[in-house]
Design a protein around this ligand. Structure first.
Ligand SMILES: [Zn+2]
Length: 314
């Protein structure tokens, strides 16, 4: 077994990054199917097995289905009826592939060659699964401004057991003193501690968001009556449970701040440009979660730099 990991470690980085990129492009292709079919209740994910043209319903050939390349070969048009396939399909495939390869570089090579350690691969798998859940979230939310339960409560089945791998949740965080900064308790075994901490993070985050929602329903009662709903929907609360379990608490906080920060900038720009409906919050949360998962070290550098400037001013 050790020999296998020795071979894996000695392979050139481009070999693994290339494979993960290729895997990402196929996953992206599958995510396009999920985003199209999941909100349409009459279509299931695996039936029909092969993709079809949404206009003339002709089944696509296998080579038309190839990620990125298929779209380029067809020049974005159906071979049979000539209807245009949106540029979003190949872009989602490309984005997934790039994110996958970036995650692999970040986990396996950015802090020295860790490709010979199984824990690093498990961490990478954790992050790739996150990308696979968060991207369809963001896209369905952009399309329909809601996120189906299948994408919030469903993935808990995978991510709660995954939280047992404490190193994955700790990845990218520089602990001061204690090694695992995401743990809430002080007991062994570490895997049980890690699972409980992650689940508690999710429940606490959902609770805080629920309280904020209730409070704003009271404070902005008139406005809430006007729009005929609640300030914070039940879906947002479910999202927070999953995000908490995926990320652990310090990263969840980072994800939330990145989401609010970017959301405020883009939201103001949309107001200035007089776009009537703004972007829903899901895509910002997705961006925040990805930045927190892959870039927590850089967030920390930014934070230290900012605090340094503040101290310089004082
Ligand atoms: Zn067609």
């Amino acid at each position: 077994m050790n020999d296998v990991f020795k071979i894996i470690e000695n392979m050139p980085p481009w070999f693994w990054l290339g494979w993960v990129f290729l895997l990402g492009s196929f996953v992206g292709s599958f995510l396009n199917v999920v985003v199209y079919r999941l909100p349409r209740n009459c279509l299931s994910i695996n039936n029909p097995k092969r993709s079809f043209c949404p206009s003339c319903k002709t089944q696509l050939k296998w080579n038309d289905n190839l990620p990125i390349i298929g779209w380029l070969l067809l020049r974005g048009k159906c071979r049979y009826c000539g209807v245009k396939f949106g540029i979003r399909y190949p872009l989602v495939e490309l984005l997934t592939a790039v994110l996958f390869a970036f995650a692999a570089w970040r986990v396996l090579y950015a802090d020295g060659n860790l490709a010979g350690q199984w824990a690093a691969w498990l961490t990478l798998l954790h992050i790739l699964l996150m990308i696979g859940v968060l991207l369809p979230w963001a896209l369905i939310d952009l399309d329909l401004t809601y996120i189906p339960d299948k994408l919030t409560l469903g993935p808990l089945v995978v991510f709660v057991p995954f939280a047992a791998h404490a190193d994955a949740l700790q990845f990218g965080l520089t602990g001061s003193g204690t090694r695992y900064t995401h743990l809430w308790f002080d007991f062994s075994p570490i895997w049980l501690n890690s699972v409980l901490s992650a689940v508690l993070t999710g429940i606490a985050a959902a609770g805080v968001l629920w309280l904020i929602g209730k409070a704003s329903n009271v404070i902005f009662a008139k406005r809430v009556q006007q729009i005929g709903g609640e300030a914070m929907g039940g879906a947002d609360v479910k999202l927070m449970v999953l995000l908490g379990v995926m990320l652990g608490w310090p990263k969840l906080l980072a994800a939330f701040f990145v989401a609010i920060f970017v959301g405020a900038i883009i939201g103001s720009a949309q107001l200035l440009l007089k776009k009537t409906h703004g972007t829903p919050f899901g895509p910002y949360l997705t961006l925040g979660a990805l930045v927190a998962a892959l870039g927590s070290q850089w967030i920390r550098l930014l934070y230290d730099w900012y605090m340094g400037i503040l101290q310089g001013l004082a």
